[in-house]
Design a protein around this ligand. Structure first.
Ligand code: ADP
Ligand code: MG
Length: 498
């Protein structure tokens, strides 16, 4: 059985491990293929007894459809098996969790990020639309992310697609009404256009942090679904006109007035035609050759032009990296880059200039990787910290100064979510930390002191990380500017003249 408490089921050829999630009718496990490749997959176990005969048949049809589909933004179904209890869908593993978690750990997504995601989702929907397939259960929990490092959306959970109705034979609604088009909930009569409504809800939630019908009670929810009111968009955060226009046209209650699929795919904010292609993505993620972990990165050509200190920083960075201390390594790489980038300016020998540029590229991409590692562990910390933080705030009620400083820290976290809020966030972190450290010094031993201590550490880690990010962006900008000019012959010769 796939039920909780029973541990993962057994399946020939695979070792099932942790539970990745469960939804309306299935439990999904991470698994390894026993054979040579040890390929990591996700296995979705659907308990047969939770399905009636017709549903089993529909599920099998769905499996057949999905097996024939290959699309970069649709989760790939590799195979399926079954035994007396379960049906198993063996799928491509998505290491980045689902979009719901992704949004809520960040509170909201910047418009730019939402747009890239929306393009990816739209390209999956266009592909399905051309094949006359509707998903019918689009929601953030059913949209997965390939990885956190370079997140690509993967549309998943075709459990209701096309053939199955979200109403079961007992007329019980099985999906989430928060994401369902009003005509689906109210009239039970619907067509492919419900998917466009759900896309609108998903976009709304990504940008504003919660779906438009978010409610405290079922009654309130029902009222909102049944009402005829136009969906109002919050004024903050400020969004582009195109983005607001798209939201408004997707979230049109009347399906005949809702934006059409064609208009959605060509809407200026989606603009599928100009979406980065698979090739450009591949180019963007490919790493320069010369692997980090195998070889030292700073021998050869570079030892000559650089005196001790700069090279030493890199040696240290590599060492910290190998010792598994990403924060220290990142900080050292950034310090080293502070030297390398100006070095590029002054280097006159073309060959050495190229060598430095290659190294700078390598250090930057390693620094980028480390940044992701640190940011996701920081995020875990921040998430863990939420309840402790609430408690701390509760215990600070009689201390207005403490409360105010904690308020500033919250503002810093909020700022961090904004597209270009890093510097402001950093200032706020520093401001709040200054206060909190003073308060910590005067705080008598006890629970509140412990909580405050942990919080100060969290905030410091966060601020440290941001500082590196700001710095790195600056040096990347400089190197890129250089790259544009640096290669042209005229610049090269003018450098030689210096
Ligand atoms: P259900 O039909 O029961 O809703 P889903 O296919 O939506 O099942 O899967 C439930 C949850 O399991 C998802 O929300 C996601 O968190 C996780 N999950 C599903 N498929 C994968 C996958 N391929 N890789 C990683 N996690 C997955
Ligand atoms: Mg699901």
């Amino acid at each position: 059985m796939a039920g909780p408490g029973w541990g993962p089921p057994r399946l020939d050829g695979f070792i099932l491990t942790e539970r990745l999630g469960s939804g309306t009718y299935a439990t999904v496990y991470k698994a390894y293929a026993k054979k040579d490749t040890r390929e990591v997959v996700a296995i979705k176990c659907v308990a047969k007894k939770s399905l009636n005969k017709a549903s089993v048949e529909n599920l099998l049809t769905e499996i057949e459809i999905l097996k024939g589909i290959r699309h970069p933004h649709i989760v790939q179904l590799k195979d399926f098996q079954w035994d007396s209890d379960n049906i198993y869908l063996i799928m491509e593993f998505c290491a980045g969790g689902d979009l719901s978690r992704f949004i809520h750990t960040r509170r909201i997504l910047p418009e730019k990020v939402a747009r890239v995601f929306m393009q990816q989702l739209a390209s999956a929907l266009q592909f399905l639309h051309e094949r006359n397939i509707s998903h019918l259960d689009l929601k953030p929990q059913n949209i997965l992310l390939s990885s956190l490092e370079k997140p690509h959306l993967k549309l998943a959970d075709f459990g209701f697609a096309q053939h199955m109705s979200p109403w079961d034979e007992k007329h019980v609604l099985r999906g989430s009404p928060l994401y369902m088009a009003p005509e689906m909930v109210c009239q039970r009569q619907y067509d492919a256009r419900v998917d466009l409504w759900s896309v609108g809800v998903i976009l709304y939630e990504a940008l504003f942090g919660q779906p438009p019908f978010a409610s405290r009670s079922f009654l309130e929810l029902e009222e909102k679904i049944r009402s005829n009111r136009v969906i109002e968009l919050p004024l903050r955060p400020p969004l582009s006109r195109d983005c607001r226009d798209l939201l408004q046209r997707l979230l049109e209650r009347d399906p005949s007035r809702r934006i059409s699929f064609q208009d959605f795919f060509t809407h200026p904010w989606v603009d599928l035609e100009h979406m980065p292609s698979r090739e450009s993505l591949a180019r963007a993620v490919s790493r320069p050759t010369g692997m980090w972990r195998n070889k030292g990165m700073c021998g050869d050509v570079l030892s000559a032009p650089f005196g001790g200190e700069k090279t030493a920083l890199v040696v240290e960075a590599v060492k910290k990296d190998q010792e598994g201390d990403p924060a220290a390594a990142l900080s050292l790489y950034c310090k080293a880059l502070d030297f390398f980038v100006p070095a590029l300016h002054y280097e006159v020998d073309a060959q050495r200039k190229e060598a430095i540029k290659a190294k700078v590229g390598q250090y930057m991409s390693r620094a980028e990787e480390l940044k992701v590692v640190i940011s996701s562990s920081n995020e875990a910390l921040l998430r863990q910290g939420t309840s402790a933080r609430d408690l701390l705030r509760e215990m600070a009620r009689d201390k207005p100064r403490l409360l105010a400083a904690l308020e500033v820290a919250s503002a810093a976290m909020a700022k961090e979510e904004e597209a270009s809020g890093d510097q402001d966030a950093l200032d706020l972190y520093q401001q709040s930390l200054g206060e909190l450290l003073l308060l910590l010094a005067g705080e008598p031993p006890g629970r509140r002191r412990e909580l405050l201590h942990t919080e100060v550490q969290n905030l410091m880690a966060r601020a440290e990380y941001l500082k590196e990010q700001v710095k790195m962006r600056e040096s990347r900008w400089e190197a890129e500017t250089l790259d544009k000019e640096g290669l042209s012959e005229s610049v090269r010769s003018s450098c030689t003249l210096q």
